[in-house]
Ligand binder design. Structure first.
Ligand code: NAD
Ligand code: LMR
Length: 327
């Protein structure tokens, strides 16, 4: 019997977690021979509702689920955590931008960073989903100085999946034949969904689509998809967000397929001239539980202008939360 993976999930009574927890309990993250303990964090007011979710988890009788911890104390939630999904945060509603959530959600991430610092395993892998995800990840890692900043990431996988799906639909190919799309920058409308390196059935994607469609339809559709979901559904994305979170962690643990990559918000090491120390989405290759930023992609002025706009936006967000950053 393998040692159970300790998986912390914050905002565990929320809508994304409701779409995630049952999949974790079913073994979709690391396989059905890998037991998991779910360590669920909520605010005190939501703990009672969370107990109902825990009853439902029990009712699945999953052999993968080796235990459940319910708490409103981050120290307990993150105790010996191998993986942490930081989902707990207020979502935006129609008319808001994600950065409008910064002041509302930021303090909780500073607190959770400090708790991860004392309680989690030193090699914990952290995924920040709560918005604005990149800057919340920066706050979290900055408050966890004893854990490598490389262990913290923010979610760009939903944007990456949106880009894959849109390109596949437009070109009439299955998603399995699309590779190497990239999301650069911030999980905001400024993000840069890049098709310059993408392949469709082994051919450059930009040979298969018109440049005008790429620039005037594809890019804004991916950038605005979160808002479109909110306007259409009345609530922010949840099923697709949970799916992206699961796959983000799965890629990080199990690796990316040969000749492909995924997009992850990671601590910038200065690659492509992006300011070191920001949490910025890059195309990354993962293997053996680690990742590396894909290097040496040729970039033109169109790319650089958009990548710089994201850097500037993230620097501005960082300035708004400077009081919560330790370094
Ligand atoms: P939700 O309101 O349904 O659930 C959020 C839960 O978090 C609530 O149960 C709330 O009680 C809990 N919570 C709030 N503060 C907490 C704290 N300090 N500690 C623990 N729990 C806390 O929201 P949701 O739809 O599940 O979305 C959660 C977050 O994810 C939002 O910020 C949303 O904007 C974001 N999101 C990000 C992406 C992405 O791609 N990065 C995609 C979708 C949603
Ligand atoms: C999304 O991209 O769907 C989420 O970040 C939710 C939002 O606020 O757009």
């Amino acid at each position: 019997m393998k040692t159970p993976l300790q998986i912390a999930v914050t905002g565990a009574a929320g809508q994304i977690s409701y779409a995630l927890l049952f999949r974790l309990a079913a073994g979709e993250l690391a396989g059905i021979d890998q037991p998991v303990v779910l360590r669920l964090l909520e605010v005190p007011e939501a703990v009672a509702a969370l107990q109902g979710v825990v009853m439902e988890l029990a009712d699945c009788a999953s052999p993968v689920l080796a235990g459940v911890v319910v708490t409103d104390d981050p120290q307990i939630a993150f105790q010996d955590a191998d993986l942490a999904f930081l989902i707990g945060a207020k979502p935006r509603t129609a008319g808001m931008e994600r950065r409008d959530l910064l002041q509302i959600n930021a303090e909780a991430f500073a607190l959770q960073g400090r708790a991860l610092n004392t309680a989690a395993k030193r090699d914990v892998k952290v995924l920040v989903v709560g918005n604005p995800a990149n800057t919340n990840a920066l706050i979290t890692l900055s408050n966890a100085p004893e854990i490598s900043p490389r262990n913290f990431s923010s979610m760009a996988r939903l944007d990456h999946n949106r880009a894959l799906s849109l390109l596949a639909t437009h070109t009439g190919h299955p998603v399995s034949e699309v590779s190497r799309v990239a999301i650069w920058g911030n999980h905001s409308p400024t993000q840069y969904p890049d098709l310059h390196h993408a392949l469709v059935a082994g051919r450059p994607a930009l040979e298969k689509v018109e440049l005008a469609w790429y620039r005037d339809v594809f890019i804004p559709t991916v950038q605005q998809r979160g808002s479109t979901i909110i306007e259409t559904r009345g609530r922010s994305s949840a099923g697709s967000a949970a799916h992206a979170a699961l796959h983000h962690m799965r890629s990080w643990l199990a690796g990316t397929p040969e000749n492909d990559w995924v997009s992850m918000g990671v601590y910038s090491d200065g690659s492509y001239g992006i300011r070191e120390g920001l949490v910025y989405s890059f195309p990354v290759v993962t293997a053996d539980g680690d990742y590396r930023i894909v290097q040496d992609l040729p970039l033109d002025d169109f790319d650089l202008e958009r990548m710089r706009a994201n850097e500037a936006e993230l620097l501005a967000e960082r300035d708004m939360v400077r009081h919560l950053l330790r370094s």
